[in-house]
Design a binder for this molecule. Sequence first.
Ligand code: SAM
Ligand code: DTB
Ligand code: SF4
Length: 349
Amino acid sequence: MNLVMILHVLPSKKMTNSNNQVYSEIRFDWDRKEILKILNMPLIDLMWESQTIHRKFNKYDIQLASLFSVKTGGCEENCSYCSQSIYSASEIKSHPQFQVEEVLARAQIAKNEGADRFCMGWAWREIRDGKSFNAMLEMVSGVRDLGMEACVTAGMLTEEQASKLAEAGLTAYNHNLDTSPEYYKNIITTRTYEDRLDTIKRVRNAGINVCCGGIIGLGETNGDRASLLKVLSNMDPHPESVPINSLVAIEGTGLEDNQEIDSIEMIRMIATARILMPKSKIRLSAGREKLSKEAQILCFQCGANSIFYGDELLTTSNPSFQSDRKLLKEVGVSFNKDFETPEKTLSSL
Ligand code: SAM
Ligand code: DTB
Ligand code: SF4
């Protein structure tokens, strides 16, 4: 019996999330063993199964999410992959928080380039109340006024902060689990896995969409990848978006010497995430510069339906707007339907 058949015979669950989408035939009870079996399936079968599920639940369109680092560097956490941690010796340029107008000008550029979502990052352990938070709220409502989805990633938050962000119109909050509960302590020790899960619960309870994923290439095993996917796919409802990053090994970080992952591992991770979370946006995230055009196309085929779009991630580079547009046109998937004139670009700043 193949996976599609399994999905048909398993007891299904109908429920609605905060956006009143009806979920059916979607499971929240995957166990690690069956996930590992999917991850390790012959690649040709895994690609077939994931594409079948993707075609059943989604259209072939790709969400373009631009990323901007509103506050860079000086973070108190010790995430060993991160150039922005005070524990890293990376030579990144720290930058105090950008002003609201500057951030909205960047969002406008991203919109002109065809992005439908604008993600703003703060190198913080947790959101701090006061001037910076008030500015964050203005940025969120400003991005929404541009007609874009707004996403924030700024560390842990309180219930009150979450509800203020919801009021400001925040579409999604990104807070990654990064890896499995078992491997996590090898990567970060300044906050716990439970802390991360609590933050995600507060986001969900405030009615904000959850953006939660992880990183491969941290030195974890396939079993760890299965455990991470188990935690994500047992969230009910599933996170609306699931970024799958591959480690960008940045000089000066604790993981600078980690071996680069093979692109097939990324394809396997994306395909498995698609099978487990059929309707989530699976975002092919950091590390795309190391993937060939063909590997990216296979990721789209297996269910990736979002990318980070724009020349920069937070402190590292990403494929250019132009090259991504060319790639997506070549593949024949659709992206932002409102996007007309690529010429309205950086020159408008
Ligand atoms: N400080 C906030 C936090 O940790 O939630 C927000 C920013 S943080 C940079 C967002 C996420 O980016 C991390 O949780 C991690 O999953 C991902 N990330 C950071 N550095 C990375 C790297 N070098 N390679 C791949 N992913 C990375
Ligand atoms: C996510 O999962 N990946 C993005 C975003 N969410 C914030 C960040 C990737 C960062 C890559 C390394 C850097 O540019 O510093
Ligand atoms: Fe800080 Fe986020 Fe980097 Fe961790 S990943 S060090 S919390 S900016």
